[in-house]
Design a protein around this ligand. Structure first.
Ligand SMILES: Cc1ncc(COP(=O)(O)O)c(C=O)c1O
Length: 417
């Protein structure tokens, strides 16, 4: 790409806010500042339009009808799967399984691959940074099979201790499952390094990409991961649709997760045989609209360029960190090394409870998240119950960050010691 192209694309990103209708809302006489994209992202008009297009023009069940409308919806549905494949550079659309989201993708893996492959002498390595979604399904597997869960510890800056990880690895390790980016501390984890070390002992790797895929260019072949889970709603797509990527050979060997229509080959009263990938894992009428609209969200992100998205968030995070660091009453959690963190910043304001802070900011029309961010064990480890978290996406600007700073000053006037 030439310098001019890069500049044009970056400036396209700078003015992107206008394309997100919800960001044009005014509440309490103030324009909304949305700083909670780690929870869910806003949707651009073209993604919303795609949903209307589907329900207005070719709403029909997929893979079943011989009539034109069904063939149209099937074509759009399959095209979306190809867009996902290309987006993460998977080898085949057989490796792309539609799920309800990251949570369901991980549960699918724990139930299907876990039940078939894990026994009481096996170990699964997770990290102390995990979201409950990449913790509870493995705890449930451990309860079913007796396998042991081990945890890569983090240092005081929520960075994984790779030397400790190396000590945990052994021939008992069957899976290493970790997030690409922490939702509560912002840490960007070294996916390639963790994966290569796991493969050295013959273990498989699952990356929880819920926070990673929306913000970074992903190439599953280059990363060499075995499984990757992510959610459409955090990347400008709709809720209720997500992806489990898996190496074809592994998915092929795994038993189905749910049984029902579509995933079968032949059905008898007593038994059935199953169809191949990817439909083997997609029983029943799928989220057709969700998949098609996710495809449009991917087209939108591709137009912006994932490298530009990461660059934009990097700069915004740097700006915000620098501003927050000037406030003595603020303690930032996570690393200050910007190469090791993404655009989710957790902090504590001395003397103000995170929920009170979030409420004051809400009165200024600034949306942040307060709570444990579905990482209760990590909060416990840091000796806190909750943090305030500001998280960014493509549409956030320096003006948004300045509004956050003004809101914090107001909270200080009301609650400050
Ligand atoms: C790191 C991480 N993993 C998993 C999830 C679960 O995603 P979903 O609720 O879309 O299934 C989230 C959601 O916030 C997350 O941040």
């Amino acid at each position: 790409m030439s310098d001019t192209d890069t500049k044009n694309r970056t400036s396209k990103l700078d003015n992107i806010k206008a394309e997100f209708p919800e960001l044009n809302r005014v509440i309490n006489s103030k324009p909304v500042v949305f700083l909670d994209s780690a929870a869910t992202s806003q949707k651009p008009m073209r993604v919303i339009d795609k949903l209307v297009e589907y329900y207005s023009n070719y709403n029909a069940n997929v893979h079943r009808g011989v009539y034109s409308l069904s063939m149209e919806s099937t074509e759009e549905y399959d095209t979306a799967r190809e867009l996902v494949r290309e987006f993460i550079n998977a080898r085949s659309t057989n490796e792309i399984i539609y799920t309800r989201g990251t949570t369901e993708a991980i549960n699918l893996l724990a139930r299907s691959w876990g039940d078939a492959n894990i026994g009481k002498d096996d170990e699964i390595i997770l990290t102390e940074l995990e979201h409950h979604s990449n913790l509870v399904p493995w705890q449930m597997l451990s309860q079913r099979t007796g396998c042991k869960l081990r945890f890569i510890p983090v240092d005081d800056f929520a960075v994984l201790l790779i030397d400790e990880y190396k000590k945990l690895l052994s021939e008992k390790t069957k899976l290493v499952a970790f997030n690409g980016q922490s939702n509560s501390m912002g840490t960007l984890n070294p996916i390639k390094e963790i994966t290569a070390l796991a493969h050295d002992v013959g273990a498989l790797v699952l990356v929880d990409g819920a926070q990673y895929v929306p913000h970074n260019k992903v190439d599953v072949r280059d990363l060499d991961v075995d499984f990757l889970a992510f959610s459409g709603h955090k990347m400008c797509g709709p809720t209720g649709i997500g992806i489990l990527y898996g190496r074809e050979k592994l998915l092929d060997e795994m038993p189905p997760f749910l049984g029902g229509g579509d995933m079968i080959d032949t059905v008898h009263y007593e038994y059935s045989t199953y169809t191949g990938l990817p439909i083997k894992f997609e029983a029943g009428t799928p989220n057709i609209a969700g998949a098609i609209v996710l495809g449009e969200a991917i087209r939108f992100l591709n137009d912006l360029g994932m490298e530009n998205i990461r660059k934009h968030e990097y700069e915004l995070t740097a700006y915000t960190m620098q501003k927050l660091q000037q406030i003595p009453k603020i303690k930032i959690y996570g690393t200050t090394d910007l190469r090791q963190r993404g655009g989710a910043i957790s902090f504590e304001y001395e003397g103000i409870h995170p929920h009170d802070l979030a409420q004051i900011l809400d009165s200024e029309s600034i949306c942040i998240r307060a709570g444990h961010h579905c990482t209760q064990p990590l909060m416990r480890k840091f000796g806190i119950a909750a943090t305030s978290r500001a998280s960014f996406y493509i549409y956030n600007t320096r003006e948004d960050v300045d509004r956050l700073m003004e809101g914090l000053a107001k909270a200080d006037q009301i609650f400050g010691l």
